[in-house]
Design a binder for this molecule. Structure first.
Ligand SMILES: [Zn+2]
Length: 342
């Protein structure tokens, strides 16, 4: 497996250093599976502490449709032949149809009863309940409509990451048409297997474990890494060992959720320590028809960039499909490791 990096130096006379000739590096990395390039840019900014989220939490709480009892009064109900009871409940989580759906089967699951949860304060129970409700929903769809086999749990935490409601929630999608990512992953991993006679993700995990630079932990049959070519400012990847058996509708994946949740909480605690207060997360469930496509998860922190509060997404990502990374994966792995040991 090739982890290809190219460094490009820009030279200029630096006004902040008496106009001395200065070299500044941009590192271009090629993702070993997708072949796409990402750029690690020079952006030596320490994020300031995020603005206090409590005022917006307090202001939105009286109108929140996800708080109790509103969640039982003001959220949609599923059609009777799919979910006869209307909504799916698991512990503190309630899952119901998305009123603004992304697909034919598009659910929203409330993550805990608390309206506002700081990024480093999620309990294992709230994630466990929400994931359990999500798998229950996916299972019911899959039983009735097995062609809807592309399953994912997704989260936009806080408005900076695209979340339009402060109350923590997940988006659960079961589609017959894969997303671009899901389609490309199945194709690329399948082709990799044919070409190299090896499973891409098994190979990735074993290479990363050997190199150690981006390897974070292996816990409960899940391997946590910082991705070589990030999908954002930096990115964490968790790969479920056991491949095809780890579908959202099987029991085996549920046995591993505790280890996944423990890892998610460690990653969020690390990101919180860097003053991030927002993130996107996706859990992509194994595709039963693509043996090389294991269940895996990615988390990317989101932020506004100082000093103007600029968006962390610009023309590069929007119009060139090229991600800009500001935290080196190797540094992110080192930082996160401490929180996995804690
Ligand atoms: Zn609420």
């Amino acid at each position: 497996m090739e982890f290809k990096k190219v460094v490009k130096d820009a030279e200029f006379f630096d006004p902040f250093n008496e106009f001395k000739l200065t070299k500044r590096a941009t590192e271009i990395r090629i993702d070993p599976l997708f072949g796409r390039s990402v750029r690690i840019i020079y952006f030596p900014v320490t994020l300031p502490p995020p603005p206090d989220q409590r005022p917006i939490a307090d202001a939105t709480k009286p109108f929140c449709p996800f708080c109790r009892p509103a969640v039982f009064e003001r959220t949609p109900k599923f059609v009777k032949d799919l979910v006869p009871e209307g909504r799916i409940e698991a512990g503190g989580s309630v899952l119901f149809p998305n009123a603004f759906p992304y697909d034919a089967f598009s659910g929203v699951g409330v993550v805990g009863e608390e309206h506002f949860v700081p990024m480093d304060s999620f309990t294992p129970e709230v994630f466990s309940d929400a994931f359990s409700a999500a798998c229950n929903f996916i299972g019911r769809v899959y039983k009735k409509y097995p062609e809807y086999r592309h399953h994912s749990i997704n989260m936009n935490y806080m408005p900076t990451a695209g979340g339009s409601i402060i109350h923590p929630h997940i988006q659960v999608i079961a589609g017959d048409i894969p997303t671009n990512y899901q389609r490309e992953l199945a194709e690329r991993a399948g082709n990799y297997g044919k070409k190299h006679k090896k499973d891409y993700f098994e190979e990735l995990v074993s290479e990363e474990e050997k190199l150690g630079e981006r390897f974070i932990a292996k816990e409960g049959g899940i391997v946590f890494l910082a991705s070589f070519a990030s999908m954002g400012i930096t990115e964490f990847l968790a790969v479920f060992e056991g491949g095809q058996e780890m579908t959202a509708v099987g029991d085996k994946v549920k046995e591993k959720f505790n280890a996944l949740i423990s890892g998610i909480r460690s990653i969020l605690a690390y990101l919180h320590s860097l003053n991030f207060a927002s993130f996107n997360m996706s859990i992509y469930f194994a595709d039963p028809e693509s043996p090389e496509y294991p269940t895996h998860m990615r988390i990317v922190p989101r932020t506004h960039l100082p000093p103007m509060g600029a968006s962390d997404i610009n023309f590069f990502e929007m119009l060139h499909h090229e991600v800009l990374t500001i935290i080196k994966p190797e540094e992110a792995a080192e930082g996160a490791r401490a929180y996995f040991k804690a």
